[in-house]
Write a new protein. Structure first.
Length: 387
């Protein structure tokens, strides 16, 4: 049986970032990843780093996202790996019809209430600002804060930095069960052997819901099998992150020139197993993108892929200790877990070490979801919980 201070289950951007934050503080960490680091949502997302949330909810995520973007500015040098971070793009949200155009000023006011600064661009001004747009686009809202990074190696880069600080990382090893020992520690059975730890962090993305359920917690996650596609490379033509006022679309140009299309088009989910790409959704995503940016109609698709996203019903992260299970924590549920990964790592590390968090974590607790904690499960010595 191996021993460590903290076992982290899940080697996505969130789990690996937590490992890095803990290992930096001298904690003895072991990460268990059943597949490859960052091979789920963390390596399949479209790499948007934005302060504009997908939907405006009651919680104000803007300050957290702004801090995360500040961390991204120096993340490549911190992790000693080029993550292809470009924060100079900004996000442009466009209106295609009168109804959408009328909704932009109140949206601007709502974002400004959350502390963000935006510009409303009317027809002529928009045309000069974004000449790649189709003439039918009426107006746009621009937020200068935001950009992108290449997601492919981000989890791996966090994990490598954690390893440099002494962390151990096991790929191809699944966590299969948990036993609370009499001395207050836990034994985690894995597909390989067992690990004994003082604390356990469930950071398995949407699969965290399956790990938390036998511990008496029903995580209120919306689990979607999101699709994304990439075109062949072209000369620079899209200097912004593009979104629609209503309806699905995110569009950006990668550093190598390929255009990346996404924005919440779903494949056929078979959660917890992998699902299937839906060609109709690929076609709709392309059609919407080409309607806004006509030059896109001339390009070919190179690849389409999909991945599971599990964001909480208020889209805000969940970081908390599981009631009845001392030193067992969850860290999941953000709708922008890639953007927020540096701060999710720091906040979770602080909660696990019971240190003051650099950012307020009280609003991230399970208590905000009535009924999420069933209360019918607690740590009983020597009783095996099977996952
Ligand atoms: C198509 C798509 C586009 C997106 N676009 C963006 C975007 O542009 N910007 C943004 O900020 N966010 C985006 N997101 C969301 C973002 O990718 C996720 O919020 C983030 O990657 C979640 O990271 P994670 O580490 O929590 O989860 P994951 O990346 O899902 O990692 C969880 C890991 O846990 C492992 N695991 C599960 N069960 C076990 C077990 N029993 N034992 C061991 N390991 C286990 C899995 O194998 C997996 O590697 C997008 C998501 C998708 C799917």
């Amino acid at each position: 049986v191996q021993t460590c201070d903290v076992v982290i289950i899940g080697g996505g951007a969130v789990g690996a970032s937590i490992a890095y934050s803990l290992a930096k503080r001298g904690t003895d960490v072991l990460v268990l990843e059943r597949g490859m680091l960052g091979n789920e949502a963390s390596g399949r997302n479209t790499g948007t780093l934005t302060v504009l949330t997908e939907r405006l909810t009651k919680v104000n995520e803007a300050p957290l996202r702004s801090i995360a973007l500040t961390r991204w500015m120096r993340l490549s040098s911190e992790l000693d790996y080029d993550l292809e971070v470009n924060l100079g793009l900004g996000t442009l949200v466009v209106a295609e019809n009168e109804m959408e155009a009328q909704a932009l000023p109140p949206l601007k006011a709502a974002y400004e209430e959350k502390g963000l600064s935006l510009r409303l661009l009317q027809a002529a001004e928009l045309r000069a600002f974004a000449p790649y747009l189709s003439n039918h686009v009426l107006s746009g809202l621009y937020c200068a804060l935001g950009g992108k990074a290449n997601p492919r190696q981000v989890a791996w880069a966090y994990a490598r930095a954690a390893k440099k600080c002494g962390a151990r990382v096991k790929e191809g090893v699944a966590a299969c069960g948990l036993v609370a020992e009499q001395d207050g520690t836990y034994t985690i059975s894995t597909s390989e052997d067992s690990v004994r730890a003082r604390s356990v962090v469930l950071a398995a993305g949407p699969w965290t819901s399956l790990l938390a359920r036998p511990l008496g917690v029903e995580l209120p996650l919306r689990i979607n099998y999101f699709q994304a596609s990439v075109t062949t490379a072209v000369a620079p033509m899209l200097p912004h992150l593009l979104r629609r006022m209503s309806g699905q679309l995110t569009l950006k140009q990668a550093s190598q020139g390929n255009l990346i299309l996404g924005g919440g088009w779903c494949g056929a989910s078979a959660f917890p197993q992998h699902g299937r790409i839906l060609l109709d959704a690929v076609a709709s995503n392309c059609a919407v993108a080409a309607r806004l940016v006509p030059a896109l109609a001339e390009l070919s698709l190179l690849r389409t892929w999909a991945g599971y996203d599990g964001s909480s019903i208020d889209s805000y992260p969940v970081i908390d200790e599981i009631p009845g299970w001392p030193n067992v924590f969850v860290s999941t549920g953000s709708s922008g877990g890639f953007t927020l990964s540096p701060v999710l790592g720091d906040m979770t590390a602080a909660v696990v070490l019971r240190e003051p968090s650099p950012f307020d974590v009280s609003s991230l607790s399970l208590a905000r979801f009535p009924g999420a904690v069933r209360g019918d499960s607690h740590a009983r010595s020597d009783e095996l919980v099977t996952w």
